[in-house]
Design a protein around this ligand. Structure first.
Ligand code: TIU
Length: 236
């Protein structure tokens, strides 16, 4: 059994294909000027700090053919999947569906809705399009995870206290073992990120665990060596 050093205690990894890297909403809408994040009044530039850590995780999962799931927050062009309350929310000049410098704000298929180029999904990787903050609400994520027997989710992306935390709580209630990667998640409000990390791992990991990218990469090296050894033994 391989464990990742984590808080509030070590996170035990399951057998090889039962864990997935989940990359939440790393789309231009939240990271670039002219998108939804800026329309809500945020300084979007600060979210880019997590891109190198995310790239390292992505490269490692890709190199080992481990499952990767991306999410994108967005709505149909006729806004039929956007509750009026969500549409009304915010005080900026631009609302969901309005035309911005990257196309219509938070609309599926628009340039602003794409995942940033550094993390762009490959054709064989899963993308979940979600109308809400949580990745389970009105999506087929749960069906997909059950079909692949995935039980462990390594959770990353933006923003920590909104879509990331909502998704992690939804997953926790459904019985998934969730590990939030501290340096691969970001918020427009650093103090909200910090509070989220603390509340997730409080009370003996009431919502899950937190750790660093380095701890994951270290543990995965050991994990891959062990599973390669087992394969060699079972073939001999
Ligand atoms: N506004 C904000 O912090 N986040 C969102 O609206 N969506 C996500 O977190 N993806």
């Amino acid at each position: 059994m391989v464990s990742i050093s984590a808080q509030p205690y070590d996170y035990e990894l399951p057998s090889r294909d039962r864990m997935a890297l989940v990359i939440i909403d790393m789309q231009r809408d939240f990271l670039e000027s002219g998108g939804f994040g800026e329309a809500l009044g945020n300084d979007v530039s600060q979210l880019r700090a997590i891109v190198p850590a995310l790239k390292q995780l992505l490269d490692t999962f890709r190199a080992r053919n481990l499952p990767i799931i991306y999410t994108i927050e967005g709505h149909r062009s006729d806004l039929s999947d956007c509750p009026p309350a969500k549409l009304r929310r915010g005080k900026g000049n631009l609302k969901i569906g309005d035309k911005g410098t990257m196309g219509r704000i938070l609309i599926l298929g628009e340039p602003g809705n794409e995942i940033i180029p550094e993390l762009h999904p490959r054709d064989n990787e899963t993308v979940i399009f979600k109308p809400g903050k949580g990745a389970f609400y009105n999506t087929d994520l749960e069906t997909l995870l059950q079909k692949q027997s995935i039980t462990h989710l390594i959770i990353t992306g933006v923003t920590t206290e909104v879509c990331v935390q909502t998704t992690m709580r939804e997953a926790n209630d459904r019985g998934y073992e969730c590990l939030l990667v501290e340096d691969a998640t970001a918020s427009y409000f650093p103090k909200f990120k910090q509070a989220t990390l603390e509340m997730v791992r409080a009370q003996g990991g009431i919502v899950g665990w937190t750790t660093s990218t380095n701890n994951i990469l270290e543990a995965l090296k050991e994990y891959i060596m062990q599973s390669d050894r087992q394969k060699i033994q079972s073939n001999s």
